[in-house]
Design a protein around this ligand. Sequence first.
Ligand SMILES: [Zn+2]
Ligand SMILES: [Zn+2]
Length: 187
Amino acid sequence: MSTSNTGAAIACATHPNVETYLRCAQCGKPICPRCLVMTPVGAKCAVCAKARLLPTFVLSPLNVIVAFFVTLFVAVGLGLIGSIVLRIVPLLLIAFPFGVGIVLAEAISRSVNRKRHLYLQILAGAGVVLSYLVLGFGEFFFHGPLELLQSGMLVPLALNVVMGTIISPFTLIFVAIGVWIAVYRVR
Ligand SMILES: [Zn+2]
Ligand SMILES: [Zn+2]
């Protein structure tokens, strides 16, 4: 706790009739238990606590756009890479959502300067699902029989493959854990 103890009781800056030993960890203003705000770096006055919280929890319109496109590119990119690697390492199917969750959360978090917001958590969760869909499609397109791809049945076949991948309860559990990892890590 970086709050300094002054030794002698002083009047709170906000509540002059309340004596206190505490000072704001940032500006040194006397604070009392009624007005102090606990922060990760110690007790602060309301003004300093707010000044620290606001930039971290408010997203600018640019943040919103950047985070969206970062999610889109990373999710699609990982899905495509994953669908190629999947043939070499079939077990990847299980580890994939976890890896995507970690990488995606890190990418989103960095793109907005480590800000935290519900919007980012939703993006991260949706990104894992999107990535898994791309993985399913990619697997199909890269490895599906060429005659089938040219037969005009492309869309129904692709849907069939993706639904088969996504609807499986086994897969759903891993995707759900991947979503949870992503959401947890951007929080
Ligand atoms: Zn202060
Ligand atoms: Zn006070």
